[in-house]
Design a protein around this ligand. Structure first.
Ligand SMILES: *Cc1c(COP(=O)(O)O)cnc(C)c1O
Length: 432
């Protein structure tokens, strides 16, 4: 296609693939193979020496997975992407690619629970300190940083608070310091574009909206190709000093003939090689299948959520509704700036009847599934205080925004009248 800039709807169907050169197959084949026959000894040597990029072993790369990587990089406006086994692996690799024992990163406090545990416990046990700050205050990231700070980390639209992160303001403060911003955009694919606002790396759990059908766990890291790692010098030793695990390669140098992909190259050649969290080709296929319709699905998730937010706001038994469409002041300004394609399909609300009403409401739902997931085509609900957040103290629950009567909804693609009917009948029964 002739260099014209394609729209998201078109990229989601076409980027990274035309047809199988061997058979003409149009749908991406599932290359269910561990290894790849080298053309000859020189070809093999060139691949290992990174003189040429190509298939060696599926732990490090696979042709089905490569289609997913190219398609998501194209949609995101990035230079390259690396798919991994889960969103958790993507978050861990995003940090481990820049920080090692003795280093630190600064993260916003509003995080997915799994990321919180990874940062507060597992990375700490590996010697990487994570310093937490309020993401609504960009200057807090600067104050928490020192000369061992390798990255800043935030989520675009963290739940349960659902307050949009000021990505551009934070990224702009980090760049002169040589500190890249990593953004988890799982809750807002297509509707928010973190790289356009100066983020350097975007991570996704593709398990959620991108796969979209609740079938496959997966994750991906997108290298924006927009961060000058070399200029960051001693701030980024893992990309700017010789890597003894790869015959002394300096990744910011080694990537030069291949493009602005030093960050992605190291994720693949070092972290996938050594830690091995590879995506299976079958899951890559399932996630690609979901991705084809993401540009159609996201707007409908968002439209339905706006209608649900308005409906719940009119109920006397609901004390508070949380959705970007209802926010005011600086939160509304940030939502308008960063959520240009819709205001998201996640929504929270507080029941007047507290914890017991929350549990009764969940049990009374007939259409909504009661699951610990988001971003499925089906509508989902959960009561965090008795499930995902039940290990937290009352103070921690309040700080996380998951109070006793709080219910989280992930609004699906069913007809809006059926969604509202189910919520209405369950609220009525929860209040009996
Ligand atoms: C689910 C989720 C993750 C973790 O992804 P998995 O694919 O479940 O490992 C990370 N971040 C956010 C925002 C998520 O919703």
């Amino acid at each position: 296609m002739t260099g014209r800039k394609l729209h998201a709807e078109t990229l989601a169907l076409h980027a990274g693939w035309r047809a199988d050169p061997a058979t003409g197959a149009v749908a991406p084949p599932i290359y269910q193979t561990t290894s790849y026959q080298f053309r000859d000894a020189e070809h093999a040597a060139d691949l290992f020496a990174l003189k040429e990029l190509g298939n060696i072993y599926t732990r490090i790369g696979n042709p089905t997975t490569a289609i997913l990587e190219q398609r998501i990089a194209a949609l995101e406006g990035g230079a390259a992407a690396v798919a991994v086994a889960s969103g958790q692996a993507a978050s861990a690799f995003a940090v481990q690619n820049l920080a090692r024992a003795g280093d630190n990163i600064v993260s916003g406090t509003d995080l997915y629970g799994g990321t919180w545990n990874l940062f507060a416990n597992t990375l700490r046990d590996q010697g990487i300190e994570v310093r937490f700050v309020d993401p609504a205050d960009p200057e807090g990231f600067v104050r928490a940083s020192d000369d061992r700070t390798r990255a800043w980390y935030v989520e675009t639209l963290p739940n349960p608070k659902l307050v949009i992160c000021p990505i551009g303001e934070i990224a702009a403060l980090g760049r002169p310091l040589g500190i890249p911003l990593i953004v988890d955009n799982t809750a807002a694919p297509l509707i928010a574009r973190p790289l356009d606002h100066g983020a350097a790396v975007v991570v996704y759990s593709t398990t959620k909206y991108i796969g979209g059908h609740g079938t496959s766990i997966g994750g991906i890291l997108v290298d924006g190709g927009n961060f000058d790692w070399e200029a960051a010098g001693a701030r980024q030793p893992l990309l700017n000093t010789a890597d003894p695990s790869y015959h002394g390669a300096v990744w910011s140098e080694a990537a030069k003939p291949l493009g602005p992909i030093a960050y992605a190259l190291r994720v693949r050649t070092v972290l996938l090689r050594d830690l091995g969290a590879a995506l299976s080709p079958f899951n890559a296929f399932q996630i690609l299948q979901g991705l084809e319709t993401l540009p159609l699905r996201m707007p409908r998730h968002c439209e339905n959520a706006v209608r649900v937010a308005a409906f719940l706001s009119g109920r006397a038994d609901v004390t508070r509704v949380i959705h970007p469409s209802l926010q005011t002041g600086v939160q509304a300004e940030r939502a308008a700036r960063y959520l240009q394609g819709g205001q998201g399909g996640l929504l929270g609300f507080e029941l007047a009847g507290g914890r017991e009403a929350g549990r009764r409401f969940i049990d009374a739902l007939e259409l909504f599934y009661h699951v610990a997931n988001i971003g499925d085509a089906r509508s989902l609900a959960i009561h965090p205080a008795s499930t995902t957040h039940s290990q937290l103290s009352p103070e921690e629950k309040a700080a996380a925004g998951a109070s006793e009567g709080y219910v989280r909804l992930s609004i699906g693609l069913e007809h809006i009248d059926d969604i509202l009917h189910d919520l209405g009948q369950a609220l009525d029964r929860a209040g009996e």
